[in-house]
Design a protein around this ligand. Structure first.
Ligand code: TYM
Length: 331
């Protein structure tokens, strides 16, 4: 039987953090055997806010190496750089003509990023979710493993798919569904009411962070008692999310029992959590260094991924151009 198609992407902006890992990458790795997976380092997305062209390539290689070091196997999945497949931008234009401005203006992430942007807000920032929809449908993906922050974008992608299929009277694209993990919303360590994010200093632990720094950040993590009663405060809840991501189920159960019995010691929880994260990340950090020491091999993996992705993208674009009435040049 044919495997179901999965697509997801990650931006090459700064370090990959444990939120990306628990919300998305770990899931990508667990899907790679049973699904037909296409994963992209989405460099076109990374230019919707100010960026430095001179570091873009090294950031792409850094993110690619981190994913492979974490366990993504390029022999099982297609791992590629988005800009190697220009069909993403062509399809974006077609979909742009089917997307309402009102829907784009309602996107939470757009509102947040626009409010932080000094100076002009460019159209790319608002149109970004259309590019994201194009990323997914170009490969006719049915499933999209992401963190919770991407659900609104995915809902818009579903809306665009419905409009495309009904406008042109054919089920060209499947409606993509999200795949979430229990770590789909990892919160900032220094402010557990905001999500962990590359753009919030002090909020995250990178996948290649050294042990001392991991210990410091976990020991300093905010643990407000939160609301009264049996509900956990957001800081503690976040530490449990991380514990579930990095420690064994026995350890998680022990601390949950301690919490329920009212004798959880935050210091013990934090010490155990820090060591579990260190144990989980040390092999990733070491493998990543090894991968980055052979940049030519890494580039070849990405080139090969780009070739495979493009072959699929060209087929979809042919179908889209045909159904939308773009038939030139004539044979
Ligand atoms: P990006 O690069 O911001 O994040 C990559 C993945 O990590 C997840 N994530 C989190 N999960 C849990 N807790 C967090 N604190 C956290 N922070 C980030 C994100 O949800 C994401 O799954 N626009 C997307 C990339 C993209 C994409 C796509 C995704 C482009 N095209 C098509 C899916 C399908 C982004 O900026 O992700």
């Amino acid at each position: 039987m044919d495997k179901k198609k999965v697509f997801s992407g990650i931006q090459p902006t700064g370090e990959v953090h444990i939120g990306n890992y628990l919300g998305a990458i770990k899931n990508w790795i667990s899907l790679q055997d049973s699904y037909d997976c296409v994963f992209s380092i989405v460099d076109y997305h990374a230019i919707t806010v100010e960026y430095d062209p001179s570091v873009l390539e090294s950031r792409i290689l850094n993110v690619a190496a981190t994913n492979i070091a974490a366990g993504l196997d390029p022999n099982k999945v297609i791992l590629f750089v988005q800009s190697m497949v220009p069909e993403h931008t062509e399809l974006t234009w077609f979909l742009t003509c089917l997307t309402s401005i009102g829907a784009l203006e309602r996107m939470t992430q757009f509102k947040e990023k626009a409010s932080r942007q000094k100076g002009n807000i460019f159209a790319g920032l608002m149109n970004y979710p259309i590019l994201q929809a194009a990323d997914i449908v170009l490969y006719k993906a049915e499933f999209v493993p992401v963190g919770e922050d991407q659900l609104q974008h995915l809902e818009l992608a579903r809306e665009i798919v419905r409009r495309f299929n009904s406008t042109f009277g054919k089920e060209v694209f499947p409606e993509p569904k999200s795949l979430l993990t229990s770590g789909a919303r990892v919160m900032a360590l220094n402010d557990p009411t905001s999500k962990m994010s590359k753009s919030l200093p002090g909020s995250y632990i990178s996948l290649t962070e050294d042990p001392d720094s991991i210990r410091k950040k976990i020991m300093r993590a905010v643990t407000d008692p939160g609301p009264q009663g049996s509900e956990m405060g957001p800081g503690i809840k976040n530490l449990f999310t991380l514990l579930e991501g990095f420690a064994s189920s026995e350890v998680v159960t022990k601390f949950k029992n301690d919490y329920a019995a009212g004798n959880l010691r935050y210091k013990d929880l934090k010490e155990t959590l820090a060591e579990a994260i260190i144990d989980g990340l040390t092999p990733i950090r070491e493998r990543k260094e090894e991968i980055l020491s052979k940049p030519e091999d890494l580039k070849e993996i990405l080139n090969e991924g780009g070739r495979k992705a493009r072959a699929q993208a060209v087929e979809t674009l042919k179908e889209v151009r045909d159904i939308m009435g773009f038939n030139f040049p004539k044979a």
